[in-house]
Design a protein around this ligand. Sequence first.
Ligand SMILES: Cc1ncc(C[n+]2csc(CCOP(=O)(O)OP(=O)(O)O)c2C)c(N)n1
Ligand SMILES: O=c1ccn([C@@H]2O[C@H](COP(=O)(O)O)[C@@H](O)[C@H]2O)c(=O)[nH]1
Length: 250
Amino acid sequence: MSETHWKLLNILCSENETAYALIVLNQPLVDCASGIFNTLWDKASFKAATDGATNHLFDMGSPVGRLRPDIITGDFDSVRKDVLEWYKQQGVEIVCTPDQDNTDFTKCLKIVLEKFQKKKLDCIIAFGAFGGRLDHMFANIDTLYRANQWAPNTPVYLMDNHNISCLLQKGCHHLDVGSSHEGDSCGLIPVSEPCDCVTTTGLKWNLYKGRLKFGELISTSNTWSGENLVTVETDKPLLWTMNIKHSLTE
Ligand SMILES: Cc1ncc(C[n+]2csc(CCOP(=O)(O)OP(=O)(O)O)c2C)c(N)n1
Ligand SMILES: O=c1ccn([C@@H]2O[C@H](COP(=O)(O)O)[C@@H](O)[C@H]2O)c(=O)[nH]1
C-alpha cells in the first residue's frame, strides 16, 4: 500500500522550507494583496502566470514594485497586449501555448514540470483555482488527475484565499492539519468515480471501509477531531478539500 504525506497549509508557516512552484490562475487578486497570496508569492522558488493572470499581477503593484513572474504562458486571449509587452521588455520568459484541447493551466503545469525534471521541487501550488467559472473549476480538478500521470511524486495543490485541495490517489495518506491556519471544515469528494472502501481517522465524521458516491454519500461539512493528523485510506482517487482560517485571508 503506497503512503503519501501531505504538508498542506504547513507550507505557509514561516519556518517551512518547502521548495514549490506557484502557478497563478486568472482570478482577481484584489482581495489577496495581503495574506496568503503574498506569503505564497514571496516564498515560491518559481512563479508562473497563466494568460489573464498576468493582468492581475500587473495591476497589483506600482511599476517599481510590480510582481514579476519567471514565466508567462497561455493562448493569450486574455492578457492585455500592453501588459504582455511590458513583461517581455522586463525579460520575463513568454511561452505561447495555442492548443485548444487543454486549458492554459494544464499546459502551464506541464511546462513547469518539464523545467523541474532535474531540479528539486517539493510541490506545485495553483492559486486562484476556485471562484469564477464552474467549468474552469472542474477543469482545474481534472488537471490534478493529469498531474498524477505526469509526475506522481510531485504533489499539486489547488488553492484560493479560502480553500486548499489535493487529489488523494489509491493508497494511504497522512494529511498534516496542525499548522494553525486550518479553518473549521473539510471534505472528501469522490469526483471521478465512486470510492468503495474509504477509512479515515482524525475527523469528526470518520469512515470505516465506507463508500463515497455522488447520489449516495459524499463527505462535506466534516471537521477535525482535535488531532494534528488526518489519515485517509482509499481504493480510488478522492479529492481532499479544506478551508483556510479567516484571519490569514484578511
Ligand atoms: C470536447 C471539447 N470541449 C471543449 C473544448 C474546448 N476547449 C477545451 S480546453 C480549451 C482551452 C481553454 O483555454 P483557457 O485559456 O484555459 O480558458 P478560456 O478562459 O480561454 O476559456 C478549449 C477551447 C475542446 N477542445 N474539446
Ligand atoms: O474563472 C476562471 C478563469 C480562469 N481560470 C484559470 O486560469 C487559467 C487562465 O485563464 P484565462 O481565462 O485563459 O486567462 C485557466 O486555464 C484556468 O485554469 C479559472 O480557474 N477560473
